[in-house]
Structure formats: structure tokens, C-alpha cells
Design a protein around this ligand. Sequence first.
Ligand SMILES: Cc1ncc(COP(=O)(O)O)c(C=O)c1O
Length: 412
Amino acid sequence: MSSTASPRAVPALDLKAQYRTIQPEIDAAIRRVVESQFFCLGPEVAALEAEIAAYCGVAHAVGCSSGSDALLLALMAWDIGPGDEVITTPYTFFATAGAIWRLGARPVFVDIEPDTYNIAPAQVERAITPRTRAIIPVHLYGQAADMNALGAIARRYGLKVLEDAAQAIGARHHGRPVGSLGDAAAFSFYPSKNLGGYGDGGLVTTPDPATARRLARLRIHGMEPRYHHHEVGYNARLDALQAAVLRVKLGHLPAWTEARRQVAARYRALFHAHDLTDRIGLPIERPENEHVYNQFVIRVPETLRDPLRARLTERQIGSDVYYPIPLHLQLCFQALGHRPGDFPVAEQAARQTIALPIYPELSEEAQAYVVATIAEFFEEAAPETRSPAIPRPHVLGEVPSGAAPARRGRNS
Ligand SMILES: Cc1ncc(COP(=O)(O)O)c(C=O)c1O
């Protein structure tokens, strides 16, 4: 029998809870678009582009059909194609490398840092060849990659930097917003993102007017003006309905980001209070970063990862694994000739990580239930587990003051 009282099911993500808080605004925005009968690009998209450019502190923003297309269009705008190499991380969503491959270029994977899960700049420098054209760092789970180091390398070798900021809108690095840290940045508005639409959507930011103009052309079949085609592009337009929804949500994003950060701080406090920090690796937030916690990802010893997930599922707690198979080991990239062991840090992360429920509306009660369930699992299933593979608590940051519940309160 469980000793942890269940508040109710705790889904990994609850977008209905968010909709309930903004329903009148969303409904009015949708009606506005339907009344206007302007559905593809148009004034709503132009307004969203201006607002996101301002939010990211960058001169240009070009909306498009998805984060995947944002990556693809940005690489196309720089004429990256056959014979070129682009350095990226193997520990990311598929689209990051898919965009490189789709253009006939070669994804060159390098390993990640064990604490942030982001691309390791020292490995990047070693992978540069005369064919290298660009680097795509991913701000994984909502925390910026080491952009200062990567920018310095890129300048030294004359490379472009494309930020994959799909998971990190609103995050900051040395006080500067992601989306303003490279030569261009790709954002996704997939519903589960911190700024999520009601369907697919994406956007590219760039400080460079020539890149912005090319992007705007590439997303409509290389057309400028109407029916004059300079090159073969795509149909990669952003819908006005998505833009209208996203404009409403953008107004709430700073408060939602703050709420996510508080949820993360509460998880940390609860894991400390349950004495779990030498069994579980908590996310590490580097001092130069402001993490926006698109995901709250913990590490556990790999033999316990799947049993712990099973226990969470049994107790109606949502969880997920991002990402179980690193990209260098995906079947479609077999031709790159990689083997298990090539990127051991990414491979270990793929075996050890679990994403816990996180969203701005997540209640304290629900979080306490999640952590108490994990504590109970470790006490019953693995009372002696201590894993040297797990990052030590001393690098995990301080327990936020005032946030810690009573120590080992099993029903907290
Ligand atoms: C890191 C990363 N890159 C790219 C994408 C692709 O975005 P989309 O799903 O909007 O195509 C995603 C999101 O799914 C992502 O998480």
C-alpha cells in the first residue's frame, strides 16, 4: 500500500489548465482572425514577428510553419548544402540534425557536457575541418548552451552559429536573451513549448537584414514579389490563427517563465528535504544562465530508470524520456558510421534521464506527491543505491530559502 496520499493524477503537461486561465483572450483572438479572413501570414504574423524580435532583443524575426522548418530555412539562407559540414549535438530532438541532412550537408556530432547536457565547446573545436560551415548549439530543456565559448570559436574559424532555441524562449545567457546570441536562432511553437501554439509553428530570429529577407522569401517558394520566383523554396508559412494565439500567450510568457522557475525551485527543495540528492541528479543551472525549464530532467542510475518510470505511471504521474536514442545511433544516420561509445556522455544521459511534470500551473501539492512517490520508490526498491555517475549535490545549487518543507515528511 502506498504511504503517499495522491492528490489526483499528475500529467506530464496540462495545457487545458493554461487555456482555462486565458480563455476569453484566446477566444477573442481566434474570432478576430476568422472575422478578418486573413489566414496565412498577413498582419497577425507580422505583429507577432515584431513582438518576438523585441522580446528577444534582435532586429528581425521571420515566422514559419514549424521549428523544424525554421532550422531548415536558416541553413538554406546561408546556402549550406552538399559538401558542407555542420557541427551539432547528438543529444537533441531529431529536427536539429534532420535539417542538416535534408539539405545534403553532413551533421558532425560532438559530445555534450555532463551537467547541462549542452554541446561541449572543447569538442566542437576538435571537430572543425575545412568543410565546416556552421555550428548548431541546442539550448536543451530551456538552458542556454555556452554561447560565449562557441561564439569565440565561430569567429576564429569564420563559422555561422544557428541557435536551436526551440525549447528555450525567454532564457538568458550572461543577461542576454536566447535568439540574440548567434547569427540566427530557430524557435518552435509546438504546443508543449514554453510559448506553444494550437498546432505547429516556428520562427527564425536574426540580426542580419539580408538573412531575414532571404528567409521571408524561402518560406513562400522563393517568391518576391508575387509570382516572381528567385529560387526554389518551400511552403513554410505561419498561420494567422497560430500567430494570434501566440500573441496572446506572449503577453503571459514572463509570468509563466517565473512560475516554471518557482516550480523548479520547489522540486529542488523537495528532493533535498527527502534526502534524495545523492541518489538523483538534479538539473544544474549555471550562474551565467537563466533557465526556463521547458523540462525538469533528473538523472537516476540507469538500472532504476525504467522501474521508476513504471512506478510513476502506476501512481498516475506523467514522465518522459528525452531522448532515449542519441542521434548518432539512429538508423537513418547509419551512413555516418557511428558506433555505441562514440559519444559516451550523451549515451549515458540517454540511459539515465527522466523528465518530470512541469508547467506553470503545477500545484505544490502535486509536486509533493511526485517527489514523495520517488522517495518511496528509492526506499523500497533500492534502499542502498548511491550512484557515482550522478552529479553530486554540491554542484546542484543551493536550496531556495523558505521553500523547504519539513525533512522527510512522507505525506508532504
Ligand atoms: C530542440 C528542438 N529542435 C527542433 C524542434 C522542432 O520543432 P517543431 O516540432 O516545431 O518542428 C524541437 C521541437 O520539437 C526541439 O525540441
